[in-house]
Design a protein around this ligand. Structure first.
Ligand code: SF4
Length: 322
């Protein structure tokens, strides 16, 4: 058995859409990284797009040429009918090979597992930290067994915490076992400080010591370590590049980071010689290739600048005056 599931391989390629189905959760994990914008709110997102209709999900999947989706939250199984609806929608549109994995912090019973059968391929169990010491006596082993009997691929995925060694006996009960490097976020920062934890460096969100806590369980070659740096530098970047390449206008440049660069000329009714297809009027300005404005600035009098931003009218990273 390879160390990575199909879902993980697609995630590495940036081909998995993140389907955040609800911000509600029945647990209160101290390390929960969900942003305050999403936490506790019953709002769904496809990547960063709020889902107001089924079409939002399909459009987002199309914009990144998604080959699969990861169902996350909050606790997705607080809204099982919604999960079933969204997953069926995607399977109907893209076919059975569209790979769907679902995270859950609960141990679902047979009724819920049957509801998910056919629309979810892999279940990723996230047993909460407080039961790790008594994992074998919890409801998880039975739920894992039922999921396997029903034909799901089964994974345990947990953050790296000092108590990881309690889960060593559980590794062989599942198809895959993933450890996420513990990550610092605005919502768990206070709890992290309360436990005397600190950031590993000033560049990433990784928490100091997280890799050492995983050292024993990682001796098993079936256990996969997903670092915080990898998620940012490979997964997220690859997803952005896919989206940027699919959505870029003719004159926009896709950078190696998956952002888009274009020029803006705040023109005031002047005529111009920019060829058709290489410009667009937006908000009263001309948007065009950044190099057209940079190479011959005298042809475009007035204020002009280069914009670098995330795809899909995302956050502006930089504005460079010309
Ligand atoms: S189960 Fe997940 S979403 Fe719920 S509190 Fe824990 S980390 Fe947050």
């Amino acid at each position: 058995m390879p160390v990575l599931s199909t879902a993980c391989r697609l995630c590495h390629e940036g081909a998995k859409m993140v389907l955040f189905v609800t911000g509600r959760c029945n647990r209160t994990c101290w390390y929960c990284p969900i942003s305050s914008e999403k936490k506790g709110k019953d709002t769904a997102y496809a990547n960063d797009r709020i889902i107001l209709s089924d079409n939002d999900i399909l459009e987002e999947a199309r914009s990144m040429s998604a080959l699969g989706a990861g169902i996350t939250g909050g606790e997705p199984l607080l809204v099982p009918e919604r999960v079933n609806h969204y997953c069926s929608l995607l399977k109907n549109e893209y076919g059975d090979a569209f790979n769907i994995h679902l995270y859950t912090g609960i141990a679902p019973g047979k009724d819920i597992l049957r509801l998910l059968k056919g629309c979810v391929d892999e279940i990723r169990f996230h047993p909460p930290e407080e039961i790790w010491e008594h994992f074998q006596e919890s409801a998880f082993p039975e739920s894992i067994r039922m999921a396997k009997d029903l034909g799901f691929e089964v994974t345990i995925e947990v953050p790296s915490l000092p108590e990881l060694h309690y889960l060593i006996p559980a590794v062989d009960s599942v198809d895959w076992f993933n450890i996420n490097e513990l990550e610092w976020s605005e919502t768990n920062a206070e709890a992290m400080r309360g436990k005397d934890l600190s950031l590993e460096d000033c560049y990433h969100n990784a928490v100091e010591g997280a890799e050492i806590w995983a050292a024993d369980i990682l001796k098993n070659p079936r256990v996969h370590w997903c670092s915080s740096g990898f998620k940012d530098s490979v997964q997220l970047r690859n997803r952005l590049i896919r989206t940027a390449e699919n959505t870029a206008r003719e004159f926009e440049e896709v950078t190696d980071d998956g952002t888009l660069m274009y020029g803006v000329w705040e023109y005031s009714e002047q005529s111009h010689d920019i060829e058709d297809g290489m410009w667009e009027e937006r908000d009263g300005n001309i948007e065009t290739a950044w190099w057209i404005l940079a190479e011959n600035p005298e042809n475009y009098p007035g204020k002009k600048y280069i914009i670098e931003r995330y795809p899909g009218d995302g956050i502006i990273v930089e504005v460079i005056p010309l």
